[in-house]
Ligand binder design. Structure first.
Ligand code: HGY
Ligand code: MN
Ligand code: MN
Length: 423
């Protein structure tokens, strides 16, 4: 029986557009922040679709969701495809969502062609990948992989003081599935979120690994004083320490522009009154570098910048590391399966490192993991105007399909299926 197995790019695109209606922003993007009602609504829509596709569902203790399609060997560890449904506050319609719905499309295509896999397939939806509302990114996969413990993650608060634990319980996301179960492999389909594939004309990125990520929260403590009566030379103004530090942080990036990324953000000041010198200012800095030693050098430089600026302006200071994800090299077998799938489909591909963090970074600590990229317009992401081409979305899903078949094995009764398709 020679069965054509192919994904349906039209079905995938219409699902992406339906999901984009959940938490849609006026600027044409998405705002489904982690553990919000909109995040729940997005999951409800996904659950409806996967149950229609015959999948069973399980949740673990931090709300990671796994939709399972049985294989002919129930004891074989599953091949998991996945990503996230939560978004930035002014996020795009494809970051994360594309990988989750791409995994669903693979299951639909196999159902349409009545192809069974030997190992079960699962689609994972990881909780709070973005780390925007609750500031630990790739949070759900960090707990699943044992990088973070559940109790400390449940105690994390958003800026209004609501805890992760309270939201998990409110939404009913505190499931019982075991963390870190054995997987045959993990594949994450994602938009590149950068300009490389679009510039080179490649349709597919075979992702080799992810650069290191480290987030800091920096606080300067000064002395509140009257804006009008206090002479400039008699102030202990934390905003001036902030300004000097910011200048130095951007100089660090300029000194090694090809490899270093620094992003100061989340600025706050107290008492936040226009006519009072602040008593305290704080901000976050996201630092990235391809290797761990480079990240350590950046951290050391930040610490001395902060200490010097604080001393210069008579302020106290503290630095907290609030997120730390070491550089990751993905499993060559997964990369090989992605490359073979791109060749089978006849798509132009190239090997590429990821500038963005992904849940695959944490899964890679427990199982063979790989990623597939497709181009996005102008390399733009974490912006409401994030955009991809429907044909590129279809090509990525086809590569995910054939890479997953390679890794899960096609059951004997449909042995010649899945390899004869024109992608
Ligand atoms: O921060 C990142 O790189 C990812 O988009 N969460
Ligand atoms: Mn993402
Ligand atoms: Mn993102």
């Amino acid at each position: 029986m020679s069965t054509e197995v192919r994904t349906d790019a039209g079905r995938l695109w219409s699902r992406l557009m339906d999901m984009a209606k959940v938490g849609a922003t006026s600027g044409g993007g998405s705002n489904r922040q982690a553990l919000s009602d909109d995040d729940q609504a997005g999951r409800d829509l996904f659950i409806e679709w996967v149950q229609q596709a015959g999948c069973s569902i399980e949740l673990d203790g931090v709300g990671n969701l796994f939709a399972r399609r049985s294989g002919t060997d129930p004891d074989a560890p599953p091949v998991v495809m996945g990503s996230h449904l939560d978004t930035q506050p002014t996020g795009g319609r494809f970051d994360g969502v594309y990988g989750v719905l791409g995994g669903l499309e693979v299951i639909e295509a196999l159902n349409d062609a009545s192809v069974s896999t030997r190992a079960p397939l699962e689609v994972a939806v990881w909780t709070n990948e973005e780390g925007s509302r609750f500031p630990v990114s790739m949070m759900g996969s960090a707990v699943w992989a044992g990088v973070s413990d559940l109790d400390s993650i449940r105690a994390l608060t958003d800026r209004s003081g609501v805890t992760v634990g309270a939201e998990l319980d409110r939404l009913g996301w505190s499931g019982t599935a075991a963390f870190g179960k054995p997987l045959s492999a993990y594949l994450e389909l994602h938009i590149e979120q950068g300009p490389i594939l679009e510039a080179s004309g490649s349709s597919i990125g075979v992702v080799t690994g992810v650069q290191g990520i480290r987030w800091f929260e920096v606080t300067f403590e000064g002395f509140a004083a009257h804006a009008g009566t206090t002479p400039m030379d008699r102030r202990r103004d934390p905003a001036r320490a902030l300004a000097d530090t910011l200048h130095g942080v951007y100089e660090l990036a300029a000194a090694d522009a090809d490899r270093v990324r620094v992003t100061p953000a989340q600025f706050a000041s107290e008492p936040a009154s226009p006519n009072t010198v602040p008593s305290k200012v704080s901000f976050t800095v996201d630092m990235r570098h391809p290797d761990a030693a480079g990240l350590d050098r950046l951290e050391a430089a930040l610490r001395s910048l902060v200490a010097e600026a604080a001393d210069q302006h008579g302020c106290g200071h503290r630095i907290d590391v609030i997120n730390d994800c070491a550089p990751v090299v993905f499993d060559p077998r997964c990369g090989g399966a992605v490359e073979a799938a791109a060749r089978l489909c006849g798509f132009a591909f190239e090997h590429i490192g990821s500038g963005a963090g992904h849940d695959a970074c944490h899964v890679a600590m427990r199982a063979p993991a790989g990623m597939i990229f497709i181009p996005c317009q102008d390399g733009l992401s974490h912006n409401e105007e994030e955009s991809i081409e429907p044909d590129d979305a279809g090509r990525g899903a086809d590569v995910l399909l054939h890479a997953a078949l390679e890794l899960a094995g096609v059951a004997d009764d449909t042995a010649n299926a899945g390899r004869t398709t024109e992608c």
